[in-house]
Design a protein around this ligand. Sequence first.
Ligand SMILES: Cc1cc2nc3c(=O)[nH]c(=O)nc-3n(C[C@H](O)[C@H](O)[C@H](O)COP(=O)(O)O)c2cc1C
Ligand SMILES: [Mn+2]
Length: 528
Amino acid sequence: MAYESLREWLKALEKAGELKRVTAEVSPLLEMAEVADRAAKSGRGTAWAGGPALLFENVAGYKGARVLMNQFGSARRMRMALEVESLDEIAKKIETLLHPVAPVGVMDKLKMLPMLAEIGGYFPKTVKAKDAPCKEVVLRGGEVDVLKFPVLQTWPEDGGRFITLPCVVTRDAKSGKRNVGMYRMQVYDGQTTGMHWQRQKVAAEHLRERLRAEAGNTAGAVEMMALTAGCTVAAGEHSLPPHVVTKIRGERMEVAVAIGTDPATTFAAIVPAPPEVEEYLIAGFLRQKAVELVRCETVDLEVPAHAEIVLEGYVELGELRTEGPFGDHTGFYTMQDEYPVFHITCITHRKDPIYAATVVGKPPMEDAWMGKAVERIFLPLMRLTLPEIVDVNLPAEGVFHNLMIVSIRKSYAGQARKVMSGIWALGQAMFTKCIVVVDEDCDVQDVAEVTLRVANNIDPERDIQFTMGPVDSLDHASRLPNYGSKMGIDATRKWAAEGFTRVWPTMMTMPDEVKAKAQKIVRDLGLT
Ligand SMILES: Cc1cc2nc3c(=O)[nH]c(=O)nc-3n(C[C@H](O)[C@H](O)[C@H](O)COP(=O)(O)O)c2cc1C
Ligand SMILES: [Mn+2]
């Protein structure tokens, strides 16, 4: 049964022994992050499985408040969150949806009906405000103060407090479709926050769409882009004509933010889905039950009815403010940059809201498990474009955009390089700084095996492919912010068709009967 809310999820975690309550007084400034980091990394060994979820019940300065952290921080909890025994189950389900067997006769068509009916049931439903727990308390005007919630500061040199687990809802002005993305929000004051959607993300495109509509395409595309997100061109340095700036300035794009949603919805907000697919539908698909939505009070958007906290407001077109620094999941601080500003017009919340947060930092941490789930679920989608891919590994230390290891079934010359190009063209995989391609007989999940293959199999000058393209805003080494080089390593066996004329040696293995005999002798010696 799907978890309707964060509370139901919390109950399930406690019942499964996956939750620890923290009764000691802990400050949301640095202390909570350090406790959560230690919990996330606890039990770390060769088979690190992640520590428990934490419910802070004694928050310094916030009497009665509760904060949930590390809810996704273990392999088991990630499976529980998506209600599967193995994440590959979801991948298989997606594969069935993507490759329906073409119906031959009437009977086959009839057989497909239940599947279609099931998909129909995943679309979100809208409920009345009176049935939406997220509206138990409604705050407007002078009552609006986001700092009534224990928003964390996670690292000492951070620019301030940041909302770290928000589901940010925007609408595409053209298609009317909603997007839910997780983009951190720096709290400037009780009514104002930053909106850290990177330029390549869907909400940033929604904003650009509005800018294009307001400014017209003649006004200078570069400047318009600069005014949207994460750009070092300061707001005052653009060359838009003054009348266009005046026009853009009073315009708004509505935004709503849900904090503390059911786990499938929270997870859907980080999934790098195609822009046309609403995350509410993805959440419905993942939990196999429609997400209940409710209309916002002051903006034309819908939010999960069972959310703990909802912030409603707008981003003013063309307004930017310095965001950061922020201790990020690379283990480094991401530096200040200019991002849009979120103005809060209304806050609604449950009577005793549970604030949900995460801390990112040097891996492995909670987001490693979310990333692993994305890795598994996206494998069938990658295979749609690149069917030769056998398996993929995004090691936690590669922080998702720095390192991807793929194994392929190689059938023709140059195929490893074709796969690299394909990955760099595949949605958010565009950010991948380093791609390692190995043959299908190499287990990509075994990083030691991969290291051995790569180091042995490459002639560096021949097998390393460099290219240029967009890079993650978190990359601090690229020559320019958001733009730099990438590297692909072709560690597959080289073929004569690729100009390799020497003999390629085989890897050593023992005959099975020798292995069996040796195994028995070794076991008798007490060795494993
Ligand atoms: C904890 C966490 C924090 C994140 N913070 C940001 C962020 O501040 N800015 C951003 O652009 N992406 C951030 N991401 C990644 C996005 O959520 C992810 O790229 C997502 O697919 C974006 O949704 P979209 O494709 O609908 O734009 C974060 C992910 C996680 C798990
Ligand atoms: Mn999206």
